[in-house]
Design a protein around this ligand. Structure first.
Ligand SMILES: [Zn+2]
Length: 321
């Protein structure tokens, strides 16, 4: 059954991250996911997304992330790219492997050809590193992140491994696990917390993740996802709307509505994966890679990674789009 997952993108500022990303350049390309030849402007993101996924790591047997998620971007969506902070790169190993490898794996991440800001080509150079946390719920790893700098515009960007969401210290696998338990499996907070690793995040953090996902995925991204699904296949059968009964425990109408939309987002995201996989059979992602997949997908469309969105947090940008 295919739950997807894969790559991720990021935007906004997170943690100590302070890069930006978006962009475009002109070119013709073959869309490996739709089988169509596309021409015209490629967003900066599409450009930078390209190198991210080559899973050859021995620990990744059977996992094949897309070599690129190149998807055309409708004209009306071009030019509204936000200021992205981070370029997400696929890393096929574990957090531990990333943290302990010498030299650190980000050192070998491909430097994008095109600057996400000014679109200058071949002007990006490696520009030092910075450290940040990657928390698994069991171990807190301090990892190094590669910076790159554009010699044309002077801006710096970072190449973030895709086991992290740009706005969160905890690894994205744990974020996905929590959302899945609450939204799909229907667990209440107490049972949900019992399923998490020790010491793990506290319940207030976990609740905030669910609320942020409801807002980001359910409120901000659901309509866009539907639009893209219909663009891929106008005859696609969308799941019935309606909230699962376990969401009845949420009395607040606004919260309930967002959770319901987030629930549908999740189902449709799985459908998106199935659609893309049908066009690119080499695409194979494990069930726990749904959110990374979506991050890379958003990145390929030059959209920010609004999967978890909480305007109240200082680690997320103030503007949604
Ligand atoms: Zn530049």
């Amino acid at each position: 059954m295919g739950r997807p997952s894969g790559p991720v993108t990021t935007s906004g500022r997170a943690d100590t991250l302070s890069e930006r990303q978006d962009g475009g350049s002109r070119g013709h390309k073959h869309n490996h996911l739709t089988g169509e030849v596309e021409t015209g402007i490629m967003t900066r993101r599409q450009q930078v997304a390209r190198p991210f996924v080559e899973s050859t790591h021995p620990s990744q047997k059977g996992r094949h992330l897309p070599s690129c998620l190149e998807i055309s971007q409708p004209d009306h969506e071009r030019g509204r790219c936000p200021q992205f902070v981070v370029i997400v790169h696929h890393f096929p190993g574990s957090v531990k492997q990333y943290a302990e490898a010498v030299p650190f794996p980000g050192r070998s991440f491909t430097v994008p050809d095109t600057c996400p800001d000014c679109q200058a080509r071949s002007y990006l150079i490696r520009w030092g590193t910075y450290a940040r946390w990657a928390r698994t719920g069991v171990v807190d790893y301090r990892i190094l992140v590669q910076r790159v700098r554009c010699k044309a515009c002077g801006r710096t960007h970072s190449l973030l491994p895709d086991f992290l969401h740009p706005h969160r210290h905890y690894v994205i696998h744990l974020l996905q696990h929590v959302v899945s338990l609450y939204l799909i499996a229907g667990l209440g907070w107490e049972r949900l917390m019992n399923r998490l690793p020790n010491p793990g995040p506290d319940v207030s953090t976990v609740r905030e993740w669910v609320a942020s996902f409801a807002y980001g995925a359910g409120h901000l991204l659901l309509d866009f996802l539907i639009h893209r699904l219909l663009a891929l296949d106008p005859l696609v059968e969308l799941p019935d709307s309606g909230a699962p009964s376990h969401l009845d425990r949420v009395p607040d109408p606004l919260r309930h509505s967002r959770l319901e939309r987030a629930y549908h987002f999740w189902l449709l995201a799985e459908q998106l994966y199935a659609q893309l996989k049908a066009r690119a059979p080499h695409l194979h992602l494990d069930a726990d890679q749904l959110l990374p997949f979506l991050l890379h997908w958003l990145q390929s469309l030059a959209l920010p990674p609004r999967l978890f969105w909480n305007p109240a947090l200082s680690t997320t940008p103030s503007a949604a789009f």
